[in-house]
Design a protein. Structure first.
Length: 405
DNA sequence: TCTGGGGTCCTCAAGCTA
DNA sequence: TCTGTAGCTTGAGGACCC
């Protein structure tokens, strides 16, 4: 049975939240970005549709946005406000499907497969959802509905703002065909640059290329690209899981050539990382440092601990080593960051459970070594029988058990 | 115009080992 | 016993997303 996947995306989210709580900003070109410090280095996080008329776009340096839009109202980011608004919206989303995959504060996939009897046809469901979010949160959103996540996402982006686009089963490839490859999620500047010389401008052009060629050019991603261009994307809607990495970084308003200050800044960031790590009940095996030197050259390095840790002292020790080894003290630093990855659930208390698990793992290693030396059938765990092994004793037992019935 | 911050996933190379 | 290799881990960098 074909799936019913919905992609929901709030329109100009941060800017809309600002206009919602400050009515004087409504109908005006609002540009959200930075932290509000004059002269800071920052980019546009969101622009209201009134500002977009001037050519202002997300990810554009604020300095450029100011030149493009002299009458723009520049507002610093307030993530707490956006998080609060986002939570309200997600409350509503959960009323429409038990399976919601958040992609960011302003975006989510909902799996509506099999909900027709309960909820009705997908399109009227989408209209109700849109109206409910508007009524109770005051925010506009766009919706795409299709048989897979990829096509649903392209659909939701197509008629923003307040768009609703449904792509019926079987119509995926035809829907994508005329669109420029830039609309395909995952197809960014670098991929576009490499496809251009092949004469690929539209998703249809891309779909026409042999899978082998794409595999040759783009490796694993090439095969995915080939499927995506045809509207094929079997990836399931997944509930949120544990984070895979946690990091904090800052770009200085002016480049810094002062090792003690860099160190203090970085260690404060790392403590924040540690705090978040413990908040998630996780421990990290890898500690990482990121540095961006003047003018814009980024380096990263990482070290793996012998065992996972969530303790500031241990993380700090590893991080300090990275800093001492890798910081080039002669170069001005633009950005510094700290992070952890290779995360695992924190061991419960200190002990039994954990040390037993470790013992078991060590035992497995020894058994594997013996098997390598003496053959697969040589040895098994005390409690386990040889799988599939014809063993007359077992046959007898099985036979008796069957007769006893 | 001068390039944020928080993530995810991929690639490639090198070392290790089953 | 030696050799070859497949697969994992680690580390650096890059593309991409919002
Ligand atoms: Mg979005
Ligand atoms: Mg959005």
């Amino acid at each position: 049975m074909a799936r019913v996947v919905m992609h929901v995306d709030l329109d100009a989210f941060y800017a809309s939240v600002e206009q919602l709580r400050r009515p004087e900003l409504r109908g005006k070109p609002v540009i959200v970005g930075g932290s509000g410090v004059p002269g800071e280095r920052g980019v546009v996080a969101a622009a209201s549709y009134e500002a977009r008329v001037f050519g202002v776009r997300s990810a554009m340096p604020l300095a450029r946005a100011r030149r493009l839009c002299r009458e723009g109202i520049f507002v610093p980011c307030d993530f707490k406000a956006y998080r609060d608004a986002s939570e309200q919206v997600f409350q509503i989303l959960h009323g429409y499907s038990p399976l919601v995959e958040p992609m960011s504060l302003d975006e989510a996939y909902l799996d509506l497969t099999g909900s027709q009897a309960l909820m009705g046809q997908p399109e009227p469901v989408a209209v109700r959802l849109r109206d409910e979010v508007k009524r109770s949160c005051g925010l506009d959103l766009s919706i795409g509905i299709a048989t897979c996540k990829l096509v649903a996402k392209v659909a939701s982006e197509l008629r923003k703002p307040r768009g609703l686009v449904v792509v019926n089963a079987g119509g995926e490839a035809a829907f994508l065909r005329p669109l420029p490859i830039s609309k395909l999620p995952g197809c960014g500047p670098s991929t576009i640059r490499r496809l251009e010389p092949l004469g690929v401008g539209t998703i249809g052009d891309l779909a026409a290329l042999p899978e082998l060629l794409l595999g040759e050019l783009f490796g694993q991603y090439g095969r995915l690209l080939h499927a995506h261009a045809r509207g094929i994307d079997p990836s399931p809607v997944m509930p949120p899981g544990d984070p895979k990495s946690i990091s904090r970084e800052v770009t200085f308003d002016q480049d810094v050539l002062d090792p003690p200050r860099l160190r203090e800044t970085a260690l404060a960031l790392l403590q924040d990382v540690g705090h978040s790590l413990r908040g998630h009940g996780l421990a990290a095996r890898t500690v990482a440092m990121k540095i961006r030197y003047y003018p814009f050259e980024t380096h990263s390095c990482q070290a793996t601990l012998t065992y996972p840790s969530d303790r500031d002292d241990e993380l700090t020790q590893a991080f300090t080593r990275l800093l001492d080894e890798h910081l080039d003290q002669s170069r001005p630093v633009r950005l510094i960051g700290a992070g952890v990855s290779n995360l695992e659930a924190r061991a419960v208390q200190l002990s039994l459970l954990e040390s037993r698990a470790a013992e078991r793992a060590a035992l497995d290693d020894r058994l594997d070594a013996l098997r390598e030396r003496y053959g697969e059938q040589a040895i098994f765990r005390g409690t386990s029988n040889r799988p599939q092994q014809k063993d007359f004793r077992r046959d007898d037992i099985d036979h008796l058990a069957a007769e006893r019935k």
